[in-house]
Design a protein around this ligand. Sequence first.
Ligand SMILES: [Ca+2]
Ligand SMILES: [Ca+2]
Length: 108
Amino acid sequence: MARLDQVITNIVDVFMEYADDEGKKGQLNKEELKKVLEKEIQSPELKGNINADDVEEAMKLLDKNHDGEINFREFCRCVCDLAKCYYQKKKGKGCKKSKGKEQEDEED
Ligand SMILES: [Ca+2]
Ligand SMILES: [Ca+2]
């Protein structure tokens, strides 16, 4: 499989695997979110951006529609934000910590 094929299928597969584990299907609750962050993010560079130890904080940051769970759209945004952070780091800029505020604007 090509690399982007893998990325895309992985995002979907990981989300479905954890989201359907307990509680509502297709939604990550706090425990499920903690598990994803702990098990599926291992690189210290990425771990620095999202903290599984403080899942309350991560949940607050990611749960954009404030229903207490992470849906696929919110999960995608999380992955995308991590990718952006990594990109910024590679360019030597370091990533801006979002403070849980809605940041819809794409600054480039
Ligand atoms: Ca669930
Ligand atoms: Ca939500």
